[in-house]
Structure formats: structure tokens, C-alpha cells
Design a protein around this ligand. Structure first.
Ligand code: GDP
Length: 202
């Protein structure tokens, strides 16, 4: 299937600084979960999310807009992907962790165009306690979300069925509710692209 064609718009540290969009899908997960690799795989570009992985931007809200053909969509039809900063940097001070959490929470609660939160969970080791906290928080606020398990290729085939069960149980979901992907091998990427399209076309 055709890749999702999108381009970087801008970074911000407050939701109020972002330009309005009509529909938006946010992607969140702990650092190192494979978020940049996945965004690049969805766009079929090697360095798209590089822009959000550059120093200084990893801790910001990074907005990408979906292009219609090769052109920016017309005003009134702006579809976007929000690359949220990864949570759980081991090195960050308590104060910094607190301000990132506040930035993410404000975004999730105030962004009116938000139609879906994609929560990335490491397929090999997830969900971590931070992932569970995030899911619980999203549930408590009634925000629509979908769990995507990353790095499918890293799970040995002999362990897959147990891992699929354990990961979904840890997320308190049915195995069929979780989308498994591998950015390295391309597994599940087409499926996730069509889901993203369908959410944005809401
Ligand atoms: P981010 O911090 O969430 O943006 O994570 P990255 O996309 O930078 O990935 C973190 C590490 O996981 C890198 O070493 C990637 O090469 C690796 N990685 C990401 N996705 C995959 C995948 O699908 N399979 C495998 N085997 N490794 C992956």
C-alpha cells in the first residue's frame, strides 16, 4: 500500500503554540520503544522522524502534517500526526520528568482535533509500569487509544504466542486488540497505515 506521505510542520513546548488541525493522531511511548523507526516506516522515509530525534526536539511536541498527493492539504482538511516526547528518560531529574508529563497531559487533554492516541509498547519486554500508568491515565480520561507492540521481529517464533498473550494481559486488552509491528521487517506496517488513515478520515 502507498506510504503515508507527511512532512514536519513544527515543534512546540506548549499545546497552545501549535497550529490548529482538523484531525490528529498522537504517538506516545517510552524512549527507545522504536517510535522514530515506526514513524519513518509509516512514511517510508529514512529520516523523517530524525528531525524529532535531534537534540532539543526529543522533549518537544513534534507536529507532522499529512500531505494530499504531494501538496499540503487544504485548510479545513488538515490531518496530522503528533510525535509526543518519549517518557521515562532514566537520566532526567524529577523536575524535568514532571514538566514533560505536564506538557504531554496538557496536549492530550486540550488538543481538540485529537482522534486517537497510539501507545507504543515494546513487543519484547512490554508493557512496563510506565506504559501501564499511561494506559490507566488514558482510560481514566476516556481518551481513545490503541496499543501497538513494536519490534515483533525480536520475539522468537517459539515464544510468540505466549508473548502475545502476556503483553495483552499486561495491557488489560484482548490479544486481537493489539497491532503488532516491526519497523525493521515491515510486519504490520500496512495494517497500521490503513488504521491511521481511517482514524484521520473520521
Ligand atoms: P525511539 O527512542 O522510541 O524513537 O526509538 P528508535 O526508533 O530510535 O529505536 C530504538 C532502538 O530500537 C534502535 O536501536 C532501533 O534500531 C531499534 N528498533 C526500532 N524498531 C525496531 C524493530 O522493529 N526491530 C528491531 N529489531 N529493532 C528496532
Amino acid at each position: 500500500m502507498a506510504s503515508l506521505n507527511f512532512e514536519f510542520v513544527q515543534s512546540a513546548d506548549k499545546v497552545g503554540q501549535l497550529p490548529p488541525t482538523d484531525t490528529e493522531v498522537a504517538v506516545v511511548g517510552r524512549s527507545n520503544v522504536g517510535k522514530s523507526s515506526l514513524i519513518n516506516a509509516l512514511a517510508n522515509r529514512r529520516k523523517l522522524a530524525h528531525v524529532s530525534n535531534t537534540p532539543g526536539r526529543t522533549r518537544l511536541l513534534n507536529l507532522f502534517q499529512l500531505l494530499d498527493g504531494n501538496r499540503a492539504a487544504l485548510p479545513g482538511n488538515r490531518r496530522a500526526i503528533m510525535d509526543l516526547p518519549g517518557y521515562g528518560y532514566a537520566t532526567a531529574s524529577k523536575q524535568m520528568r514532571y514538566s514533560w508529563a505536564a506538557m504531554i497531559e496538557d496536549y492530550l487533554l486540550e488538543r481538540e482535533s485529537l482522534v486517537m492516541v497510539v501507545v507504543l509498547v515494546d513487543g519484547l519486554v512490554g508493557p512496563t509500569s510506565l506504559d501501564k500508568d499511561m494506559l490507566e491515565w488514558l482510560r481514566s480520561h476516556g481518551l481513545p487509544h490503541t496499543v501497538v507492540a513494536t519490534k515483533h521481529d525480536k520475539v522468537k517464533s517459539s515464544k510468540r504466542s505466549k508473548r502475545v498473550k502476556d503483553l495483552s494481559a499486561g495491557c488489560q486488552l484482548d490479544p486481537g486488540d493489539i497491532v503488532w509491528v516491526s519497523s525493521a521487517k515491515g510486519t504490520g506496517i500496512d495494517k497500521l497505515r490503513s488504521l491511521v488513515r481511517s482514524w484521520l478520515e473520521d
